[in-house]
Design a binder for this molecule. Structure first.
Ligand SMILES: O=C(O)C(=O)C[C@]1(C(=O)O)C=C[C@@H](O)C=C1
Length: 293
């Protein structure tokens, strides 16, 4: 019997991050997990072939898009031709997020410093202002890294998952401290091979336009409507080599190899600059507290 080798999966570490939980839910217990210090390193591991797959957060239902993921997607698009192995987004996964306050302190009044990932702080802004107004906030690379730091230092706490209390010597002081009831993060699954069309997909792409031409962005977006493709997300990132020039990152229905989407891409290439497809992936509906009630 030939046993298929376990998939290798790079994720934002250390163990205990929400990204790790999303990766475990998606790839299961038998995959080989490779912890990475930053989101950028997850991309690099897939590009270099150190890992078959990568898992990165893309957006949170209350705190919005994850800047480092957008930025790194764009870097890989701009270096596409030089990359030995271009990467594709090939699937997506959702994870409900319950943020906890984790600490070695037994009382909230002993806490002077709180560590977390920027997205963790954003999700708990009101709770922190109400409960720990005295505490300094320090951004670190992930919520589990925050828990690791707080587990080694007195008078500190971390915002992160309850899972961190199983990984580091730290206790859960408060649970569900996020401001929104329905708190969900969406993750992209990266690989060096694109996915096949399923007939019900979404795709993610970037382009830039001639900013001196009035209506150039409007014209590009109208093409999606004319091809019956429904837009679900649009972000803009400043081009660091051209002040006041932007890249637009757009998600819509469709698979880039389907006729309607291929026709759209053809039109976009004729009216926009630097059109790049990051990949297509099956459309998945996210179950929220609201939609299930
Ligand atoms: O720091 C973590 O635990 C992560 O997995 C990153 C991340 C994010 O970037 O959004 C993932 C889910 C939560 O929204 C908070 C943080």
């Amino acid at each position: 019997m030939v046993v298929a080798p376990a998939a290798t999966v790079a994720f934002l570490g250390p163990l205990g991050t929400f990204t790790y939980q999303a990766a475990r839910n998606y790839f299961g217990v038998h995959a080989h997990y490779l912890t990475q210090p930053t989101i950028e390193d997850v991309f690099t591991a897939v590009e270099k072939g150190t890992s078959q797959y990568g898992v990165v957060p893309i957006e949170n239902s209350s705190a919005g898009t994850v800047g480092p993921t957008l930025q790194r997607l764009l870097t890989s698009a701009r270096n596409f031709k030089e990359l030995p192995n271009p990467i594709y987004i090939r699937d997506q996964a959702y994870l409900p997020i319950s943020q906890c306050l984790l600490s070695r302190c037994s009382s909230l009044s002993d806490i002077r410093v709180v560590y977390s990932h920027a997205m963790g702080f954003k999700q708990c802004t009101q709770w922190l202002a109400r409960t720990l107004p005295q505490a300094e906030h320090i951004n670190v690379s992930s919520t589990a890294r925050a828990a690791e730091l707080a587990s080694n230092q007195p008078h500190t706490a971390a915002i992160g998952s309850a899972v961190c209390a199983q990984v580091f010597p730290i206790q859960v002081l408060s649970r569900d401290i996020q401001d929104a009831n329905d708190n969900v993060t969406r993750f992209f699954i990266l690989s060096r091979t694109p996915s096949e069309s399923t007939g019900n997909d979404q795709m993610y792409l970037s382009f830039t336009v001639n900013h001196s031409q009035p209506g150039s962005l409007g014209k590009a977006l109208t093409e999606f409507r004319q091809n019956q493709l429904n837009l679900s997300m649009i972000d803009s990132i400043p081009a660091n080599d051209r002040p006041w020039h932007y890249y637009f990152l757009v998600e819509s229905t469709g698979h880039h190899r389907d006729p309607q989407a291929a026709d759209l891409l053809c039109k976009l290439r004729s009216i926009c600059e630097e059109v790049h497809v990051f990949g297509s992936y099956p459309y998945r509906r996210c179950k929220t507290v609201e939609s299930s009630s």
